[in-house]
Design a protein around this ligand. Structure first.
Ligand code: RB5
Length: 149
């Protein structure tokens, strides 16, 4: 199951991605927001990231205006590797090299077709492991060094 969330700046793209994922027969849980009213992106970043951290969702997608705030927020949650991507190469690398478990997009940066292409590329790519796993292990060690949990 994929959990998807946005603020008001990402709402239109979230609606388009919900339809795209359903067309791909992917089970989706929409964590909001559901209206144009101004909301705070960290609230939705937290919901999606914690759901992935807990294993309630396999992967997450987050969208705000630029994707910057959502990626900063989601990456505060232990175990989250949130990747902000703007092109197909980055979307592929986000999985192959970084094993990103949350994809982050900018609703005011991408058109709907491009966003669907990025999500599709990320979903269809495979983590390469090997030297990339060793690098992710270093990120986990860094996270643990500063964790108070
Ligand atoms: C909201 O106006 C905007 O700041 C937000 O969507 C996002 O771009 C933050 O990084």
């Amino acid at each position: 199951m994929i959990i998807i969330g946005s603020d008001h700046g990402g709402l239109a793209l979230k609606t388009a991605l919900n339809s795209y994922l359903k067309r791909r027969n992917v089970m989706v849980h929409d964590a909001g927001t559901c209206s144009d009213a101004s909301v705070d992106y960290p609230d939705f970043g937290q919901k999606v990231a914690e759901s992935v951290m807990n294993g309630d969702a396999d992967l997450g997608i987050l969208i705000c205006g630029t994707g910057i705030g959502m990626s900063i927020a989601a990456n505060k949650v232990p175990g989250i590797r949130a990747a902000l991507v703007t092109d197909v190469f980055m979307a592929r690398m986000a999985k192959e090299h970084n094993n990103a478990n949350v994809l982050v997009l900018g609703g005011r940066v991408l058109d709907e077709q491009k966003a669907c292409d990025l999500v599709g590329t990320w979903l269809d790519s495979t983590f390469e492991g090997g030297r990339h796993q060793a690098r992710l292990d270093k990120i986990t060690a860094l996270e643990k060094k500063y964790s108070t949990l």
